[in-house]
Design a protein. Structure first.
Length: 71
């Protein structure tokens, strides 16, 4: 999952876990914990920063990311 031009303009990201962490490597489980996820269909709102995108890219196969635009 790459950060598109539209996603760069967003202030925040809505991150939803769509796959389980069972059977994945420990480092990926720690990234889930760092994003405050851990259960299926749990959503969190995080700021749109390079640090968050690095975490999202590590476990992009488990997540769905949506942009939240605020005026």
């Amino acid at each position: 999952m790459k950060q598109t031009e539209q996603m760069k303009k967003a202030k925040q990201l809505k991150i939803t876990q769509i796959r389980s962490g069972i059977g994945c490597p420990t480092k990926q489980k720690l990234v889930l914990k760092g994003l405050r996820l851990g259960k299926l269909n749990r959503c969190v709102i995080r700021p749109n920063t390079p640090e968050i995108w690095g975490m999202v890219n590590k476990i992009s196969h488990m997540l769905q990311v949506e942009a939240i635009y605020q005026s």
